[in-house]
Design a protein around this ligand. Structure first.
Ligand SMILES: [Zn+2]
Length: 104
């Protein structure tokens, strides 16, 4: 058992994963990735390197909707998995500070 897992049944999770696949194939998603920017750290990232991330994970009750999926770089995706929401906020603030500095 994961400590933060919600009481979701497998059918819900399968449905949301399927919806995510459909979104990933959509023109809407391709346009979002074409901008080439990670939603979280705001670093320029090649569209090919961007992955789909659920802001609220499916396992926490998040849905595969346009408001809940964002393109993010592999680094953010890897880091986010290991962090609690509050720690993730701190990581983001740091990442955005770095991106402000490099933008000057
Ligand atoms: Zn990123």
């Amino acid at each position: 058992m994961q400590p933060y897992a919600m009481d979701l049944d497998d059918a819900d999770i399968r449905r949301e994963r399927q919806k995510a696949r459909e979104l990933r194939a959509s023109q809407w998603w391709k346009r979002r990735c074409a901008k080439g920017v990670c939603y979280y750290c705001e670093q320029p990232t090649s569209p090919k390197e961007l992955t789909m991330d659920h802001i609220v994970p499916i396992s926490r009750g998040g849905r595969s909707t346009k408001g809940n999926v964002v393109p993010c770089c592999k680094e953010c995706n890897n880091n986010k998995k290991q962090l609690l929401p509050m720690e993730w906020e701190e990581y983001l603030n740091e990442a955005r500070k770095r991106s402000d500095i490099s933008a000057d």
